[in-house]
Design a protein around this ligand. Structure first.
Ligand code: NAD
Ligand code: 89V
Length: 344
């Protein structure tokens, strides 16, 4: 296999995981990095031995011959950077949330489609091994046709110390975390026709909402509840576990605390431990997320090699992003929002 040469733009908090993952993946390597903050550029460049360093993305695209670019900046810069990649005909991975608004996200997807370059959103939560284990049970048919789901992420973890910008935006939990949980709901139960949402801000020291409860109709007939909170103090802190309940015509799936998977199906009840592996460079409790970074980046390399569409392509992710926008609309209006109208 020829090795793909990529560049990383944005050397911040989360990008370090992406660099570790690239180091672990055969078939791709990061040959250049870019950050407008010289300190971050030096820290990540020195840690991973990358000597080709750029303070400006335009200079990176001009100076390098790239097979792909991995954009790990925060949302306000995503559109200009993805459009720059499209102009230079360079396939792009972009971190979630794809953009600050659905209109920007649609423009980015169009720019890549018009240029004929692949675009994958780094929507990694569905790639976590416990979530993949739930999907595998559904695919086995053991619980029949799912008619109800609850996908839940409730925590009191201090996310603001690592990511201080999360405390400052008018939008918080749905845009940052809920986007992952809504994507898992789509991954397990299919696309959505309507959403009704309620939000609350419990922590007085942040600008956005830290609690969201969403009720969705899936086109296949299932109903789901997606509930997220960073204001929930529990005896055992579950961050960053997503808990899942699925009821089907022939049985049930429960993904509980401690990555405990209970399946009650045609063959009785089976309990298993679906804990993610602790990679050599990972640390608890983030190891679940860190493992999924390797898996999604490996998927990207496979897709580029085989010419296939990434599971979380820009086109696919517009349907998750539309759920974010629709949830905010619904919480503001207290009305149910139809998804198809937003996706036109
Ligand atoms: P961060 O602020 O720590 O890092 C962003 C970096 O990008 C900074 O070093 C900044 O200087 C640089 N940057 C910003 N604009 C730039 C530009 N135009 N050109 C060059 N460099 C630029 O942010 P973070 O916490 O690492 O988050 C980055 C992204 O990753 C966000 O979109 C966030 O939502 C996402 N994220 C995803 C996960 C996940 O599991 N998928 C987890 C955490 C964060
Ligand atoms: O995945 C994320 O986007 C992170 C966190 C898990 C902390 O919400 O910001």
């Amino acid at each position: 296999m020829t090795e793909l040469h990529g560049a990383l733009i944005g050397c911040g908090f989360f990008a370090v995981n992406q660099m570790h993952a690239w180091h672990d993946i055969a078939g791709a390597s990061i040959v250049a990095i870019c950050d407008r903050d010289p300190e971050r550029l030096a820290i990540v460049g020195d840690q991973f031995g990358i000597t080709r360093r750029y303070a400006d993305a335009a200079a990176l695209f001009a100076g390098e011959d790239l097979d792909f670019v991995d954009i790990a900046t925060t949302a306000p810069s995503h559109r200009p950077l993805v459009e720059m990649a499209a102009q230079h005909r360079v396939p792009a991975i972009c971190q979630k949330p794809l953009a600050p608004s659905l209109a920007d996200a649609k423009a980015m997807v169009k720019a890549c489609a018009d240029a004929g370059v692949p675009l994958m959103v780094h929507e990694n939560f569905r790639w976590q091994s416990p979530i993949q284990a739930v999907r595998a049970v559904l695919d086995s048919g053991d619980i029949g046709t799912p008619f109800f789901g609850r996908i839940s992420f409730r925590s009191g973890y201090d996310v603001f110390s690592g990511q201080p910008y999360l405390a400052t935006g008018k939008r918080f939990i749905i845009e940052d975390l809920g986007i992952h949980i809504l994507d898992i709901a789509r991954f397990l139960l299919g696309d959505v026709s309507t959403i009704t949402a309620r939000t609350a801000r419990i922590n007085p020291d942040i600008a956005g909402e830290d609690v969201a409860t969403m009720l969705m109709d899936h086109k296949g007939g299932a109903t789901s509840v997606v509930d997220c909170s960073y204001a929930t103090r529990l005896a055992t802190e579950p961050f960053p576990e997503t808990l899942i309940e699925l009821d089907g015509s022939d049985g049930t799936i429960r993904l509980g605390h401690g990555y405990r998977l209970t399946v009650t199906g045609r063959n009785g009840t089976v309990v298993s431990d679906v804990s993610p592996p602790l990679l050599s460079w990972a640390s608890r409790p983030w190891h679940n997320i860190q493992e999924s970074v390797v898996t999604i980046q490996r998927h990207w390399v496979d897709c580029l090699a085989n010419g296939t569409e990434p599971a979380t392509s820009g086109v696919d992710n517009l349907k998750t992003f539309a759920l974010v926008e629709a949830a905010y609309d619904s919480a503001a209006s207290r009305e149910t929002v139809q998804l198809d109208a937003l996706l036109k």
